[in-house]
Design a binder for this molecule. Structure first.
Ligand SMILES: [Zn+2]
Ligand SMILES: [Zn+2]
Length: 473
């Protein structure tokens, strides 16, 4: 048999995220991730200028947000374009983790292409699915055939085929054997992969870091990868241009706790709820300072999945330290009839629900998790002279700058103290160089980075990846 292993990249090129890597071995084809590229999407689209679902994947294909490849897309979406439906030519998609820039455009893929992901990754995808409005770009777990005619709205969605794994499992997809190894990232259920091809092992890092609360998991991945004497490594490089700092989850805990303790008013915090380490940090602070941690119904969807996962050890959404903030809807009187979203309706009977007006009566007893997009709730929370812990990355593009400025206007208006306290999900430059030199692959393919040139300093051969180009291994 002729040995033929090759790689092609359709996203994550000179950009952070949007990974779509096609690996082919003797006719077996798999995708490593199939994510949404935020930067490409932002080139053309914004809040009031969206890709039209009414055009199927037409807008996405034309504007180069997804590659035009045969045998990968949904029947209904191709038919919408006036194309003939195609049988799948890819045997699987392996997801590294549940972040949208790695998983969301699975939404467009043929229903018979199986998706492989970590058990915890699936839990997170389920939580995302439960609390978001159906949209053509977030139909990862299941989808509704388009166009949806009036009488079809009630039809159940078409479920995709998911296969879940745990660390060190062995997945077989035709001639390929794939070993997922857990890594540490800002979302649980993140994996790096060792793909055993006919030419040797290919390593894919996904997103990872060395300075997080579970650095030992990344170590496990590095050690396993090194053992295989890999022929190639596909690596993330989000922060290749940045030096090592003293950031850590512990530092977020210490700094945030100090500020909250000093403040003695209502505490407001914001962090990404997909980051269970960050949740644990603020849950611990709330416990230490005897405050109730107030979350939203959307957060409850995540917390309930984490709680189901014995490895994560998260509290239940009805934990005595946790309250759920009821948003003001329709009549503004908090009656049950005001709530139509399913994820809220099914939780209205929880015993630990609170409204903003009650928090305002005794503000120092609470720590509210509140994202900027819900800042209109500050009107009811009356958070005068509060502390606000922004536990997210600082803005890195123009649109974020504008929101950030607006966020500061709210904070100034209510005389709230702003505190930045965060720890990145991505590995620093020096740590990444060390990681790659330790694993010692023959060739390196940097993606998920705006600075692929900086990988030229490595001792091994580095390919500056071009979109769609064929790389033989
Ligand atoms: Zn990413
Ligand atoms: Zn990520």
């Amino acid at each position: 048999m002729i040995k033929l292993v090759n790689l092609r990249f359709y996203g994550g090129i000179n950009e952070i995220g949007g990974n779509k890597i096609l690996l082919e071995d003797n006719g077996t084809k798999i995708f490593l991730d199939f994510g949404m590229s935020f930067s490409r999407r932002e080139l053309f689209f914004e809040e009031f200028l969206m890709p039209r679902s009414a055009n199927g994947i037409g807008d996405f294909l034309t504007m180069n947000l997804i590659p035009d490849l045969p045998g990968i897309y949904r029947r209904d979406l191709l038919e919408k374009l006036g194309r003939k439906p195609e049988e799948p030519t890819v045997q699987g998609v392996v997801l590294s983790h549940a972040h949208a820039d790695h998983s969301n455009y699975v939404s467009f893929l043929h229903k018979d292409i199986p998706i492989y992901c970590g058990e915890t990754c699936k839990y997170i995808l389920e939580a995302v699915d439960e609390q978001s409005q159906r949209n053509i770009e977030n139909e990862v777990l299941n989808f509704k055939k388009r166009p949806i005619y009036k009488d079809e709205y009630k039809n159940p969605p078409i479920e995709r085929k998911f296969n879940t794994f745990r660390t060190c499992d062995k997945i077989r997809i035709d001639s390929l054997e794939i070993e997922p190894i857990h890594t540490d990232h800002s979302v649980p259920g993140a994996y790096g992969f060792i793909i055993h091809t006919t030419e040797g092992a290919v390593i894919y890092t996904g997103d990872l870091r060395m300075h997080g609360a579970h650095a030992h998991m990344t170590d496990d991945f590095i050690n396993a990868a090194k053992e295989t004497k890999p022929i190639a490594m596909i690596t993330e490089g989000t922060r290749i241009n940045l030096k090592k700092t003293n950031e850590s989850e512990q530092k977020v805990y210490t700094e945030s706790k100090k500020e909250i303790l000093k403040n003695k008013k209502l505490s407001i915090v914001d962090f990404n709820f997909k980051d269970v380490d960050r949740f644990t940090t603020f849950y611990k602070i709330a416990k230490d300072l005897n405050k109730k941690l107030v979350i939203s119904f959307k957060h409850a969807c995540f917390l309930e999945r984490y709680h189901k996962d014995p490895k994560i050890k998260s509290p239940s959404s009805r934990d005595e330290q946790i309250l759920i903030l009821k948003p003001k809807r329709l009549t503004g009187t908090y009656i049950d009839e005001d709530y139509t979203d399913r994820y809220i309706k099914k939780r209205l009977n929880y015993p630990n629900i609170i409204i903003a007006e009650d928090i305002a009566k005794n503000p120092s007893s609470y720590m509210v998790v509140l994202n900027f997009y819900y800042f209109n709730m500050l009107v009811d929370l009356k958070p005068n002279k509060s502390a606000y812990i922004h536990s997210l990355s600082e803005p890195f593009n123009e649109e974020m700058e504008i929101s950030y400025e607006r966020m500061h206007n709210w904070l100034r208006f209510f005389d709230i103290k702003f505190v930045q306290s965060h720890c990145s999900g991505h590995i620093s430059g020096p740590d990444l160089y060390e990681l790659i030199e330790t694993v010692k692959p023959k060739k390196v393919y940097p993606i998920h980075t705006e600075h692929p040139d900086m990988f030229k300093n490595l001792s091994m051969r580095t390919h500056i990846v071009k979109e769609g180009e064929l790389y033989k291994l």
